[in-house]
Design a protein around this ligand. Sequence first.
Ligand code: COA
Length: 201
Amino acid sequence: MSVLVNLLSRGSNLASAHGFAAWLGRRLALRNPRVTIAPDAVISPGALISPRNGAIEIGSQSVISHGAIIAGNVRIGNDSSVQNYTLVVGYGAPDNPAGLVQIGNDVRIAAHCMLIAGNHRFSDTTKPICEQGIEPKPIVIGDDVWIGGNVNIIAGVTIGAGCVIGAGSVVTHDIAPMSVAVGSPARVIKKRGERIDSHGE
Ligand SMILES: CC(C)(COP(=O)(O)OP(=O)(O)OC[C@H]1O[C@@H](n2cnc3c(N)ncnc32)[C@H](O)[C@@H]1OP(=O)(O)O)[C@@H](O)C(=O)NCCC(=O)NCCS
């Protein structure tokens, strides 16, 4: 299967791809009835779109690139993109937003990011962590946000509209709209259009 996908994808820019590869990506994603994809969204055949117990919606003109994984309860708006090898995981059922990942319109998420809307529970020291279940917490990404490469967005975080998140950041707290935030943990270094200072105080 991966050989076939490579052959079909070779030399094509998926953001502008039409034809068989784009058709195949859509068909693979839509095998599950809880996946809804706008007719003009572009899904790489090398992406994995898997709603598990939840539901996935992908809006008009959005692009999911090769190697990206969209799993569980996830809603992606219009004209947004998820680049190569980025992992977006929501928890819960379609009618339960407790572990939903909600991505707005005009959002750009670069390669190798992680947005996972739940943490392992670990309060019980008598049991292995892997037996304590997942605590779901929603992740919300507002409209017109740019998330750089290798960013990790921790469960429960809201990133406001218009934000820029620098490459390699770990976002552990909410980020107010129109902020530029960088680092681990991510700190606001400026607001778009106005300078604060270089260390976010
Ligand atoms: C955040 C970013 C957009 C730069 O924004 P900017 O407003 O031009 O910021 P500056 O370059 O003026 O940097 C401001 C300060 O933040 C620091 N900084 C910038 N990006 C940083 C990052 N990703 N992590 C940690 N610190 C960073 C700079 O070193 C500088 O610190 P200083 O004042 O102590 O020297 C850019 O650094 C970045 O991370 N781009 C993402 C690139 C990427 O992932 N592309 C993927 C393909 S889309």
